[in-house]
Design a protein. Sequence first.
Lengths: 723, 379
Amino acid sequence: MSKKKVFDDPSQQLFKPRGRMLFFKYFVLLFFIILGTRFWFLQVVNHDHYVKAAENNRIREIPISAPRGTILDREGRILVDSTPTYSVVLYQEDMVDRESTLQVLIKHFSLDRDSLIKLIEAPGAKGRPVVIKTNASYRDRAWIEAHEFEHPELKIELQSQRRYPLGEVLAHVVGYVGEIGEEQLRDPNFDYCKAGDIIGQAGLEQSYNKILMGKEGYRRVLVDSRGRVLQQLEEIPPTPGQDIVTTIDLDIQKVAEEKLTSSGFYGTVVINDPRDGGILALASHPSFDPNLFAAGIKPADFNRLINNPKHPLRNRAIQDRYPPGSTWKILMAVAGLEEKSVTDKQSLPCGGGITTGGRFVHCYSSHGAPDMRRAIEISCDGYFYREGIKLGIEHLEKWEPLLGVGVKTGIDLPNETKGIVPTRQWKRREYPKDPQWKEADMVYASIGQSGVSTTPIQMMYSITGIGMGGKYYTPHLFKEARATEYSPAIIYQPKLRDAHISEETWKVVSDGMWRVVNGSGTARRAAIPGFDVSGKTGTAQVVGIQTGAKGEEKEHAWFVSYAPRGAPEIGGVCLVEHAGHGGVESAPIIKACYEEYLRKKQGVSKDEVVENNSKDSKRLNVKAVSLVNTPNLNSTDTTTTVTAKANNAASNAVGVNPVRANQLVKSPQNSAKPSLPNQNKPQSNKPKPNANAITTSVSLQAKTKPVTNKPKQSNNLTNEGRR
Amino acid sequence: MSIIVKEIIRWRDFDWLLLLATLTLLTLGTIEIYSSVPSTGIFYKDFWFKQVTAIVLGLVMFTGVVLTDYRRIYNYVPHIYVGCILLLVAVFFFGHEVKGQKNWINFGPMSLQPSELTKIGVILALSRYLSSLRKTTLAWKDVGVACLITAVPMGLILLQPDTGSAMTFVPVLALMLFMSGFNLKIVIAAATIAIIGAPVTYFQVLKPHVLKPYQIMRIEAVINPELFEQPEFRRQYGYQTMQSVIAVGSGGLTGTGITKGTQSRLGFLPEHHTDFIASVLAEEMGFVGSISVLLLYLFLIVRSIGIAERSRDRFGMLVILGFTGLIFFHVFINVGMVIGLLPIVGITLPLMSYGGSSVLSMMILVGLVVNINLRRFAN
């Protein structure tokens, strides 16, 4: 057979390539060593890395958004809260075919292609869930759940959306929210945020974003290679943001908004409590609806707001500057008296104006030769021209920052502007051709015109501070952040700065301001019998000096005030643009706010608990009067009642004011100046920053509360002080 | 004649270790198929069961092959070769299509992949042709004929189209030519040119002019595995390689345990029961498992080469060397792909990947090796 032939042929044994086979053996061995080495590196050396990679593969963290804290007014009424809404979210890593996903989104969710592409191609959008549609309807949700298998990249997530129930009311204070911007992401202040986070972009939402925001939770789930959830491993609940109680009193706020709106002009009203700087109301008109921003503002809406010539997004109280007009005279008066360039009894001629720099600058009338009090009362320009010249720019410059102008007040709202005040440096900078500070400059500056441009809140801060005898409390809106399961409460500590205004000065200037309202002054429309409103109007010329101007050319109407005169417990500013006279347009708005404040105060005093307190406080008062230097003689029961009450935000018409109790205690012997004479200062005047915030503030309130419930008494005292 | 054969066989020459290594690999493969493919609930429809069936059938074939003197098989080599070709042609008419490829012919409940059987046919045909030449140095004409023998089935497989399977014939042919006395000078010259020329060509011609960026990345990732971390690269280089590398790496020293491999069970690994079975094994049995498998293959190859050295004739030697070449090429390409050293090509891991035809043909080949060893003193 052929088989035998072949295999018996010796030639079959001829060639046995042993060398080549040996070579092949080593060749195989070499390649297997390569494979084995690679296994060693993958499985032993870099094992941990790949374990993590495998985990990332199959374990996914699905974020659970944290509810943002609510913003409340001082009585616990809701200013801003959140509502749960459903959002359609896209996980791009699970997307198999971008085009088909896009088609689905366009077809079933009526979205437009360009904006979708913009969303999914945003920086960092690849690695995180992208919110494709907010406020998903029931239909949207049903569709996504029904197509979970085909489109695991689309998911429905419950997210909380901001709700601003007040609409335009308080819009500038609460601000609005929006997705974090690219620049903000790079900002180290936002290191606690990540791309896609909704953060506060204006107002309190921005200032206290960190407190309000909370921390996202997540669900750790096991997914398969298409991103379909197989099993939930654990759920880390979100840490909700803290609720913030503000110093706003919604009742007063509403009155302010209503009056301002109904005046028909644009402008701003701010009401504060000079005893701790808490803002009770802040209205700026025109306003906007922050709800527009809540679900991501549409470009058209945003452009409309931005391009509106009236700038509704601007908070006029802190972001816009206006010449303060005659309200500035109060600062001139304080500086003049303090620098002893005039005395209170010293009369300066009005003369119907003054000749300076080769021209005659008018006073609006002719006032003879008033003294300081009278000059304030009648707002005599002529007096202040001369007073300003006597004072000199170098002294004015010194007092400007002390009285809180030309510097930021430090209110806890973003984007405050610091304004412009007359200084020599300003003159050099603004008029390089005429850098020398001249007498004419001083004349204009004296009545708050040329070179003076302040924010409304600065004027309020400045003049209520003067009313407080130089005790400046930084204006603020934050009262406390309520404790949650995860975070302790944060209580605002009033920040005091003392401008050291002498008592004599304070007496003269506050007398003058009292007369503005209650004498023959310019703001008689603001008078409230028994409440001793004191203040100063201003009518700030806008374009040159024109009389009888109309519309846009008309003057800005200012009214800055506080009440009651001896021991201010409320203060405010009203500025109405192009409205005319401050006493006519602005003073009634402030008055309405004060009346609301009083109504509420009396309303509260009807409360039984507080009635008891009043009785106690009388007793306390008697005791306190007899023991001037130990005012903290409260009975235990009063303390507890009031403490309970104080914790209830509803009773908190009066803030923390250690000065207050002492004032009343000693006022029979003394003038009603709210700051204490020197001998009493060490014990009482300066609230010390204290570590134990809660207890201290409660005890302070216990001290102050009974007294503030007795407006009548305080009136008596202040009247006495005036004499 | 058969009397002679019976007289010569000594059963202690039966290479039990070779069979044992083969069965171990088959068992490991079946375990990982069981582990990575979720059960259908009906055991006879499960992949692991089908694999076990194929192994049992394979053992029957193995026994049949061992009991038949390979020198008798020699006579039927042309028939086997032609039969393979006919099957390959039949695939075009009766084959059924999976993922655009016509690889299978259905025989009732079983389906056959002729390209797997063709591997045996081509090895046998080449061995017979090259052993009959009786030369120490091959002439160009001989080389041409050998190439033709390979090219016909290879071309048919390429038409299916199954590039991966077709490719396996090239190293088998090369090795068999080399072992049949292909001019060593030419081999050395070619190797030298390749070793020197490859980097030069790559850096001077291919990289700047020919290759696309993603192809360059693929090549360079072999040297610089950090490229895997770049998302850009992942997209280009392929999701599959990345997932496979993650699976291997997450196995660690001892592995996650059978059925605990998340990469395969949750569907991150593609083709986990066929092309990426080594990845599943590496994940679930760890470094210990993967090295064991490599050693088993190495044993199989080295032991087979030893048998080839001792074989009593060139035909037997060449059959065994063809088999080792096939195994080596398959293992290196497949494992290299699984651990991210080589780009993805559809080449299975012999003896371990799921696939009845592959198991059958491999067991027949192992049977031939054992057969040749058994009859090395036969006359």
